[in-house]
Design a protein around this ligand. Structure first.
Ligand SMILES: [Zn+2]
Length: 493
């Protein structure tokens, strides 16, 4: 009897091991089916002119979303959006920016007369992506961070009159997130672009030079007839020249003393922006599901996230190849490899391509308010910018060691990419869909690639900078990680 039992046990474990081996073999075969060429082809499609830079709210964005939904359907995913569709809808006002934008500074000469200096698009200015339409000329008033915070006894507008004028404003706040939560949190709400723009307008300014890049960014408020532009060092330097203030010293003084140091510069600026605002835009997340097979574990979900949107035209087309066509292509690669190779999944796996990451993360916020699976049963593996660079960084890996150890093990066993995890305090303005999920209590990792200079929020983020090999590494790593998490006998969160 004992002997039979032993033989039976050995037999059972051989069968189990063989079953497991077969599944492992299928998984590895599926991993090898992921091709860098196919990932690259999909990046190219998303960067095509017909999708016009995928600004959420536009018809071109939704055309691209329909294409992605069609691919999800071809792969064999099930729609998990509103009312059995692929799409989860939300409202998103948006602004189109056209060519014929310009910035010039009018510098009074000591001997009388004025010279005007015209700035160059991209290198010296980028249009404010939600600027009003029209042209303004006025004196430039330096107004520090543009913050009015009564409870902090701080007001960049105290003692200056900006009515009818144009303010020059810094990004962020005098206290940075790096100073730690306790010091930074009181400043948090004032560090938003929206506060700066609305506050400038409230004080009567007609326009704003925003010392921000210059890069494009549609994450801001729209105020009719309020004209603004993003500028960089060359404009700031010209504004400060001859004022008696050193730009660096003045800014350091504000940061150190937490006392504003605003002043009239005596120079005029003309900003011309050509825009049109659409207050009633509709945007969507695209959601595809692979339901798990285990009656209990399938109630849990591993979400693969990658925002589809980018910045549209500002005023040239911004293709957003790295940010974030690369990640959507990788997401598609994972979905296809799992589904078409019939990989067994105990937990459910869901693919969400978010809209409006670039417009205040409206897509991920919408999902958090209307989740398909309970948030307490969810984990998120998000990607943002995985198409350029040599190495892979995993934001919040140290916050969620269970998730991170699975990623690390799969990398050590099969991919051998250079990867690193970090601790993510999730302070400051959230700049990732993953940070919205983390704030809602969902364990989340964010994958990005780094190690080569990569244009960000500029027309240079185009197909030429994409490295198909790093995308393939990320795709294979996330594919293996997803399958491992879906079938893990141990809890994953
Ligand atoms: Zn992005």
């Amino acid at each position: 009897m004992k002997k039979t039992f032993i033989i039976l046990s050995v037999f059972i474990s051989i069968v189990t091991a063989t079953g497991q081996d077969t599944n492992d073999k299928i998984v590895l075969q599926a991993m090898h089916s992921i091709s860098s060429q196919e990932l690259m082809d999909n990046v190219k499609i998303m960067c095509d002119e017909k999708y016009a830079g995928r600004l959420t709210g536009t018809k071109e964005y939704q055309d691209c979303a329909e294409w992605l939904a069609g691919e999800f359907s071809n792969f064999g995913l099930s729609p998990a959006g509103d009312n059995g569709s692929w799409f989860q809808w939300f409202n998103v006002p948006y602004t189109l920016v056209f060519p014929n934008c310009g910035v010039s500074l009018h510098i009074p000469l000591k001997k009388g007369g004025v010279i005007s200096k015209q700035y160059r698009y991209i290198t010296e200015f980028v249009p404010g992506s939600t600027s009003g339409n029209g042209e303004v000329t006025g004196e430039v008033v330096y107004a520090g961070y543009g913050i009015t915070a009564p409870e902090l006894n701080y007001d960049d507008y105290a003692g200056i009159d900006v009515r009818g004028k144009i303010v020059l404003i810094e990004r962020e706040s005098p206290v940075s997130p790096g100073a730690g939560a306790e010091k930074f949190n009181p400043w948090y709400k004032y560090s938003f672009h929206q506060h700066k723009l609305e506050n400038a307008s409230k004080h009567g300014a007609v326009g704003m030079l925003y010392n921000y890049g210059p890069i494009a960014n549609p994450n801001n408020s729209y105020i009719e007839n309020f004209i603004y532009v993003h500028v960089g060092d060359s404009v700031v330097k010209d504004v400060f020249t001859g004022t008696g203030f050193s730009y660096r010293d003045n800014l350091e003084k504000i940061n150190k003393t937490l006392k504003p140091s605003s002043f009239n510069t005596g120079k005029n600026v003309t900003i011309k922006m050509s825009t049109r605002h659409f207050p009633d835009g509709k945007g969507s997340n695209i959601i595809g599901l692979l339901k798990g097979s285990d009656p209990e574990l399938s109630k849990e979900v591993i979400i693969i996230g990658a925002h589809l949107d980018h910045l549209g035209n500002c005023y040239e087309m911004m293709p957003g190849a790295n940010d974030n066509a690369s990640a959507v292509a990788v997401m598609m690669g994972i979905a296809k490899a799992i589904s078409q190779n019939h990989i067994q999944l105990k937990r459910s796996v869901m693919f969400i391509s978010f809209g409006s990451e670039e417009q205040a993360l409206l897509g991920s916020k919408k999902y958090i308010e209307n989740p398909v699976f309970p948030l307490k049963n969810s984990v998120l593996l998000n990607m943002d910018g995985v198409g350029a660079g040599k190495s892979i960084s995993i934001t919040a890996g140290e916050n969620y060691p269970t998730l991170w150890s699975i990623v690390r093990n799969e990398n050590d066993a099969y991919i051998h990419a250079t990867i690193k995890a970090n601790y993510f305090p999730n302070l400051g303005r959230p700049r990732l869909d993953a940070s919205i999920f983390m704030s809602a209590g969902v364990p989340s990792l964010n994958f990005a690639t780094y190690g080569t200079p990569t244009p960000y929020h500029l027309p240079g983020d185009n197909i030429k900078i994409i490295d198909p090999e790093i995308m393939e590494d990320v795709c294979r790593l996330l594919f293996l990680t997803t399958v491992k998490m879906a079938n893990s006998p141990a809890p994953i969160r």
